[in-house]
Design a protein around this ligand. Structure first.
Ligand code: F6R
Length: 614
């Protein structure tokens, strides 16, 4: 995982250390366990590492009062080794000639480490990364190219690396395999930037290129040279990036999470903007490169995703099957990639990822592409790796999602998936009348969400009442079952409480044994089709003394006698669209419980926004 950054000054007045800190702040979504920065001063490697978030490093760097014109930096999500200053990057070789930052995992690091130790080399850290710096140094005989050509073939796994060497104080050397690494040259200052994510560049207009697998770059302010492993110089394709200067602010909310929950009337409006085609009772996507004929041929859909994006896929499965009548499979990307998948002809592959950088999803898509079936990605982050892999990318247009926990991206994914289901359904058998009804309903979503948000204080009261409990079940039926999975994920992610999502009708087959006064059941009653059945399931829980809180449609007063607390929502929300509105209720519930418990809501422990390792 982790984010790497680098800066070489050409004509700006920027101190490379400060440029790196600014870059790291934009990469913190990739991990925030520790951070570090290094450069060369008076012929020696200088380095500052701290445990915790980038602000802690920023304070430490300010205290050093050092000016550098070349620096590399790192923000870590721990994989190998505890969260300590020693394990923080950059890592060195034994003679401290090299400082190196790394994103990825070296799978054979233990074997390489043992071999180096047998050669008398001592290691300082518990990380896999240190083997890379030690190996480069081991192979270095005054020729940096040769050292890297000897080192890279020994590494198994994935990496994006950047390092400095005290014999080459004006240079950064970088390489990658399976992890993104972008190099940008600022139009104005000609300063050079290097980053795990081109969106983290702190300059607004740059010429950018990406390193591909096993390429390496030797970068100075005068020259950037890129080679392949055979030492052949490569000509890279350069694109000009105009980065929007989006100001990131909580806009008066206490947390980004709450702001992003409240963004949803707007983010859903953006997801449907210019995509509703009333004349043809369908949805249109200007970015879609697949023709209607190709879509019409689809007779199976395969959805690949992780986490909340996977839950969006599980809800979409039911929608594709109900409206487009296409059998749909949803696969957790980390499982799919190691299967021997059967992908039949005319399968449409949908890859869902907010970040477009999730390693498991990328690997699953690479595997699925062997079938030659078209891949449509649904992404929020522009220029992400996934969008470069897919045949077409549908953009969520939700705006930056800063909080680690996904809220508005999840509901925008659902909205886009619903529109895509409508488009395919109209190409199959759905009538014009039904298509139009679907469009009217989807257009009402922003207003319905605003109505949900107006219930925040009611939800806050419920949160306060139940914040002392340790165990929660979220249950629902039909569309509300996958919605309950997402609701449980939200709660456990930001409160660290035990929460499980379950199909209500399945409780009696085992989990009902857990019901007691201490375990709270949150019932998602947004599915009219199975409402009566759900009531019976709630009765079974009530009979066993379990407290029940329900989110339910307004006209369902029979729910009152079964539950301890109810929040009534509009009864005009249809079953198909209820996953969006009911999810937002659960986002608010999780938020307020986390707030009462005093948790680090925007950056929960052990997590990162973008999971770039498998
Ligand atoms: C949960 C959450 C994660 C992500 C998952 C996939 O709130 O944010 O479960 O959904 O890591 O991330 P993307 O969508 O970027 O592939």
């Amino acid at each position: 995982m982790c984010g790497i950054y680098g800066h070489i000054k050409k004509s700006s007045k920027t101190n490379s250390l400060n440029a790196c800190i600014d870059g790291l702040k934009k990469l913190e979504y990739r991990g925030y366990d520790s951070a570090g920065v290094a450069g060369i001063h008076d012929g020696k490697i200088v380095c500052c590492k701290t445990v915790g978030k980038v602000v802690v490093l920023e304070r430490a760097v300010k205290a050093i009062k050092l000016e550098l014109s070349v620096a590399i930096a790192h923000t870590r999500w721990a994989t190998h080794g505890k969260i300590t200053e020693t394990n923080a990057h950059p890592h060195f070789d034994e003679s401290r000639s090299i400082a190196l930052v790394h994103n990825g995992i070296i799978e054979n690091y233990q074997k390489l480490k043992t071999e180096l130790e047998e050669n008398g080399i001592e290691f300082l850290s518990e990380t896999d990364t240190e083997v890379i710096s030690q190996l480069i140094s081991f192979h270095y005989e005054n020729d940096i190219s040769k050292a890297i050509q000897k080192t890279l073939p020994l590494l198994e796994g994935s990496f994006a690396i950047a390092f400095i060497h005290k014999d080459h104080p004006d240079k950064i050397i970088a390489s990658s395999r399976g992890c993104p690494l972008a190099i940008g040259i600022c139009h104005e200052s000609h300063d050079i930037f290097l980053s795990s994510d081109s969106n983290a560049f702190t300059s607004s207009k740059l010429d950018v290129f990406y390193l591909h697998d096993d390429e390496y770059a030797i970068i100075s302010h005068e020259l950037i040279e890129v080679y392949n492993l055979a030492g052949i110089k490569l000509v890279k394709q350069i694109e000009t990036l105009n980065l929007e200067n989006i100001s990131i602010s909580k806009e008066g909310f206490d947390h980004f999470l709450l702001k992003e929950i409240h963004d949803q009337p707007l983010s859903i409006s953006k997801a449907i903007e210019n995509r509703l085609d009333y004349a043809n009772a369908t949805a249109n996507f200007s970015e879609l490169t697949l023709s209607d004929e190709e879509l019409q041929k689809t007779n199976r859909i395969l959805i690949l995703a992780c986490g909340s994006s996977y839950h969006a896929g599980c809800i979409a499965k039911q929608i594709f099957e109900a409206y487009a009548k296409i059998p749909t499979e949803v696969e957790i990307a980390s499982e799919f990639r190691y299967k021997d998948p059967i992908i039949l002809k005319n399968t449409l592959i949908l890859a869902i990822s907010q970040s477009g950088e999730t390693a498991d999803t990328l690997a699953a898509v690479k595997e699925s592409k062997r079938s030659n079936c078209p891949v449509i990605a649904l992404c929020n982050v522009k220029r992400s790796s996934l969008s470069r892999l897919a045949s077409s990318t549908l953009w969520l247009n939700a705006g930056p999602e800063i909080s680690v926990c996904s809220t508005k991206a999840f509901t925008s994914q659902l909205t886009l998936l619903m529109l895509l289901a409508l488009k395919i359904a109209r190409l199959k058998t759905l009538s014009h009348k039904e298509g139009k009804k679907f469009l009217f309903e989807i257009e009402r979503l922003p207003a319905q969400i605003a109505d949900i948000l107006s219930k925040s204080s009611e939800i806050e009261k419920i949160a306060k009442k139940y914040a002392g409990h340790k165990d929660f079940f979220f249950i629902g039926r039909n569309y509300m079952y996958p919605t309950s999975l997402e609701a449980a994920l939200k709660l456990k992610e930001i409160t660290y409480l035990n929460a499980t999502g379950y199909p209500a009708g399945e409780m009696k087959h085992g989990p009902i044994a857990l019901i007691s006064k201490k375990l709270v059941t949150i019932a998602l009653c947004g599915n009219k089709h199975t409402f009566e059945k759900l009531l019976s399931n709630l009765m079974e829980i009530k009979s066993r003394g379990g407290p029940i809180v329900a989110f339910a449609p307004k006209n369902s007063s029979e729910i009152l006698s079964l539950t301890n607390d109810v929040i009534f929502l509009s009864d005009s929300i249809s079953d198909t669209f209820a996953p969006i509105t009911y999810s937002i209720c659960c986002q608010l519930l999780a938020y307020y419980i986390a707030k009462f418990l005093g948790k680090d809501i925007d950056q929960p422990r052990n997590l990162a926004k973008s999971v770039t390792v498998e």
